[in-house]
Design a protein around this ligand. Structure first.
Ligand code: 3EB
Length: 342
């Protein structure tokens, strides 16, 4: 693309934003791919595009994460999976019924396999992002902890489907206090690029002390559309190398988390051959303790002024972590360094 050419119409296009308008009004638009609502309940909605995620906002109001495509959306249900798609983009979600910690690994393995097989069957060859919201993520001691059992089931499913660690997509995994788990996925027909953070060891190489299976995710995934590129940034916390930094110290954790976000964005820029890193366009901030809201919001707004952010109550997978942040970033279509697909 030459510098003088006008920006191309993005097709397929992906947009995400937050809204507090009523869900029925938002779902009335035929370009809505998915509506992920905050709140205590973790369950499917009446519309197959509607997911209740089980994480309430800190201030209690319902916030909807609205995903839009560039054109009309087709949606339906198949078995335990809700799906919707438009022009090369697919959303799908599944819920797992509550179960004892001892059954968690098998339940996650079964649900993940079904979801990954569904995506593959529909010929979406690239997973762009996975979201995991699970009940009581820190329940159980040592290797019996629910999060560690979840990691085992997820890794087995990826292995069954022939994924190698370098093909793991961006993800997050947070805890809530309802009964079911939700796993939702964004997939694309075109190839994507996974990105690692130079300040952090790849999660899939974490040492044994964090559990019998390392977590299966990339730090970020870049997807190139005809007119620009988006970056889906994974849940990011106060971890350097593989070690938690500033246990019990909110201020320190915030600075390290924000530094990690800067580092992953710079790495994305370099890897894409862009002069500029992608700009953060949307943030989701998870807090273990609601009373930390003011300090967290101040720090986030200072580092990312003007970027819309939702603040949700969520348990982070390591007990000593107080905050985790994920988000969506975009390269501007006019940056001539960005790889632009035809
Ligand atoms: C970390 O960096 C913090 O298991 O899918 C972040 C993002 C974290 C994703 C996951 C876990 C996951 O290890 C926790």
């Amino acid at each position: 693309m030459s510098l003088t050419e006008p920006a191309l119409q993005r097709c397929p296009a992906l947009e995400c934003g937050y809204s507090t308008r009523p869900a029925t009004e938002l779902l009335a638009r035929d370009d809505v791919l998915a509506l992920v609502s905050s709140g205590d309940a973790c369950r499917p909605g009446a519309d197959p595009r509607h997911y209740h995620c089980g994480l309430p906002t800190i201030e209690g109001e319902t916030v909807h994460e609205v995903w839009r495509a560039g054109g009309p959306v087709t949606a339906g249900r198949e078995g335990d999976i809700n799906w919707s798609c438009s022009e090369g983009i697919l959303f799908a979600a599944t819920w797992i019924d509550g179960c004892e910690p001892a059954r968690q690994e098998t339940a996650v393995h079964t649900a993940y396999r079904a979801l990954l097989e569904f995506v593959a069957r529909r010929r979406y060859r690239s997973i762009v992002r996975l979201w995991n919201y699970l009940p009581h993520i820190n329940q159980g001691e040592g290797d019996s902890e629910r999060y560690r059992r979840f990691c085992l089931g997820r890794q087995r499913a990826f292995t069954d489907l022939g994924y190698s660690p370098s093909a793991y997509p961006a993800a997050c995994a947070l805890g809530h206090h309802d009964g079911r788990s939700i796993i939702y996925v964004l997939a694309a027909q075109d190839p994507v690029t996974h990105v690692e953070n130079p300040l952090q060891q790849s999660a899939y190489h974490y040492p044994r002390k964090y559990g019998p299976a390392s977590p299966s995710f990339a730090r970020a995934t870049r997807v190139d559309w005809p007119g620009g590129s988006d970056v889906l940034v994974s849940g990011t916390a106060s971890i350097i190398g593989h070690e938690t930094r500033h246990a019990g110290n909110l201020h320190g954790q915030l600075q390290t988390t924000l530094d990690n976000l800067d580092a992953i964005l710079s790495r994305c820029g370099k890897q894409a051959g862009s002069r500029q890193p992608p700009r953060m366009s949307l943030l989701k901030v998870y807090l273990r303790h609601p009373e930390d809201l003011v300090e967290v919001r101040d720090a986030v707004q200072q580092r990312f002024p003007g970027v819309p952010a939702a603040y949700l109550r969520g348990d982070i997978c390591r007990r000593e972590l107080l905050v985790e942040i994920d988000g969506l970033a975009s390269f501007s279509a006019s940056d001539p360094g960005v790889a632009v697909a035809d």
